[in-house]
Design a protein around this ligand. Structure first.
Ligand code: NDP
Length: 250
């Protein structure tokens, strides 16, 4: 096997939550190009079907905040493609606002998706992986789990991504004996609907503060995701891979 062969995912079944736009769309494309049979698992089924059509993937309507929906997704994927080899917990939401002004419903909404949703998908799919003695989970964390973003405050999101990083370590330790690897990818600023990286009011902190003096395009994260999802990272578990143009160096 050559070194590049270890990045191949031929025939593997890979589920990407929130795979219908932004980083998730890029991750789905990257996995598909590496040979995986990809499942787009998000709520907007029309959008998921468009992306699935483009990639030769399948779309299964999924709301990660709903246990029944996550179980139904796993059942349908297993029936159609077989058991899941790779789970990418990518679905995420963010609201901006100072701590004293964050409404309870926003705090809850962020935790429901970013932490509880990831926990729910990991346990549901993880149970199948543990039973088979094989599988890879990649959680999408963030630079926000490491530093506090400026100038906009987003306390719920920051806390949720720190929780993603620590839950990654916790599940990795617990499931390593069962042949299941769990790692996190922590991106810096990437141009998507969630991150308005080219707005002038953010330039000072988001761009000029970064050693590389720029944001990333989603495509720049695809190779790292394939690395974590494939045998290329076979001895890696419980790690948080930071890909942020050096942002967290300062
Ligand atoms: P987007 O807002 O562009 O996409 C979010 C995705 O999550 C959508 O596909 C959406 O699909 C899905 N989603 C939201 N809620 C749910 C839910 N309840 N169930 C299932 N899917 C859901 O965000 P990004 O692409 O920017 O972010 C992707 C991930 O990367 C997130 O975890 C984010 O925190 C992280 N990240 C992003 C960074 C950036 O700079 N962009 C930096 C660091 C981390 P639908 O609405 O159809 O359900």
């Amino acid at each position: 096997m050559t070194v590049l062969d270890s990045f191949r995912l031929d025939g593997k079944v890979a589920v990407v939550t929130g795979g219908n736009r932004g980083l998730g769309h890029t991750f789905a494309r990257a996995l598909s190009e590496a040979g995986a049979r990809v499942v787009i698992a998000a709520r907007d089924q029309a959008r998921s079907e468009r992306v699935a059509g483009e990639l030769g993937a399948i779309a299964v309507a999924t709301d990660v905040t709903d246990s029944a929906s996550v179980s139904a997704m796993l059942e349908s994927v297993t029936a159609e493609l077989g058991p899941v080899d790779v789970l990418v917990n990518n679905a995420g939401v963010c609201f901006h606002g100072p701590a004293l002004e964050v409404p309870d419903r926003e705090w809850r909404a962020v935790w429901d998706v970013n932490v509880d949703g990831l926990w729910r998908c990991s346990r549901t799919v993880g149970a199948q992986m543990v039973e088979r003695g094989a599988g890879v989970i990649v959680n999408i964390g963030s630079l926000s789990g490491i530093v506090v973003n400026r100038p906009q405050m987003q306390p719920a999101y920051n806390a949720s991504k720190a929780a993603v990083h620590q839950l990654t370590r916790s599940l990795a330790a617990e499931w390593a004996p069962f042949g299941v690897r769990v790692n996190a990818l922590a991106p810096g600023y990437v141009k998507t609907e969630m991150a308005p990286v080219d707005r002038p009011e953010f330039r000072r902190h988001w761009i000029e503060d970064a050693p590389m003096q720029r944001y990333a395009l989603p495509e720049e994260l695809g190779p790292s995701l394939v690395y974590l999802a494939s045998d290329a990272s076979s001895f890696m578990t419980g790690s948080v891979l930071v890909i942020d143009g050096g942002y967290t160096l300062w």
